[in-house]
Design a protein around this ligand. Structure first.
Ligand SMILES: [Fe+2]
Ligand SMILES: [Fe+2]
Length: 274
């Protein structure tokens, strides 16, 4: 059996008229990504977005995002699943996106998509940009993976588990990857999907592929080892599940990719201590 879906990440959306990041319109970028998906010869089975849904995490940002995603999901004719990142706020997300009472409870779940078990975890540590999997989720995951799914399982989590080619970025990864590695050993997990670093970075983690990909909102240049170079690009990841394996194909939306902002790590440190 074969299944294919789209993995998007880091949409960094704001409510209309509010474009704090380099004056880029993140809603337009998200719609463009869906437009590209709509042009594919074969429609993906579903879309999953791995966090940093909003830039500021306001309730109105989530209401707006929900309206946009409902519209795009209907146009494309497939479901959209979302997870949270460090820029998100659990209470505002629960209220604005889910229409629930606000609460700090972690947002994690699993869903069966045509035999594939898609598991979405919540790695954000509220109030920080750090990523960590709490005991509650690790325990839940252990139970979830105790029985195999027909096409296996794919785990979606905002903070990547593998080191990157940029040393400074490595301080921003999942803080306890080995705890996750220990839980997935010997299970039906066939791959991991992440975002957060805003560039494509793919490798093996405990024998399964782990793909962190560029953002829908913007990219970062992984070859700049002296600082952060933000690029006005936009991408997504086409994920194939075939012959019991996960195959990731990162793609960019065509167009110019200008640098919109850069700052050396030295200047950032000086700025932080000023
Ligand atoms: Fe992000
Ligand atoms: Fe992030």
């Amino acid at each position: 059996m074969t299944l294919y879906f789209a993995h998007l990440t880091d949409t960094h959306i704001n409510k209309p008229g509010h474009n704090p990041m380099f004056n880029l319109n993140m809603t337009d970028k998200l719609r463009q990504a869906f437009e590209q998906l709509g042009k594919l010869a074969e429609k993906p089975a579903f879309v999953v977005i791995s966090g940093d849904l909003t830039q500021d995490g306001d309730t109105d940002d989530y209401r707006h995002l929900r309206a946009v995603l409902d519209e795009e999901s209907e146009k494309l004719g497939v479901p959209v699943h979302v997870g949270l990142g460090n820029h998100d706020s659990r209470p505002a997300f629960r209220e604005g996106y889910l229409g629930e009472a606000p609460s700090e409870a972690s947002y994690y779940y699993s869903v069966n998509e045509q035999g594939l078990r898609l598991i979405v975890l919540n790695t954000q540590v509220p109030g920080t940009h750090d990523g960590r999997l709490d005991e509650e989720q690790l325990e839940w995951l252990r139970g979830e993976l105790s029985t195999p799914a027909p096409l296996g399982s794919i785990i979606v989590l905002h903070h990547p588990v593998l080191p990157t080619m940029t040393d400074a970025m490595d301080t921003h990864l999942l803080a306890n990857p080995e705890a996750l590695g220990e839980v997935i050993e010997g299970t039906d997990v066939i791959g991991l999907l992440s975002g957060h670093i805003h560039f494509n970075s793919i490798g093996l983690f405990h024998g399964v592929p782990s793909a962190a990909i560029t953002g829908v909102a913007f990219g970062l240049d992984p070859t700049d080892h002296n600082g952060m170079r933000f690029i006005d690009n936009s991408g997504y990841n086409l994920v194939l599940v075939k012959q019991g394996k996960m195959i990731a194909t990162p793609a960019y939306i065509p167009g110019e990719q200008p640098v919109v902002f850069e700052m050396s790590y030295e200047a950032m440190k000086a700025h932080a201590h000023a």
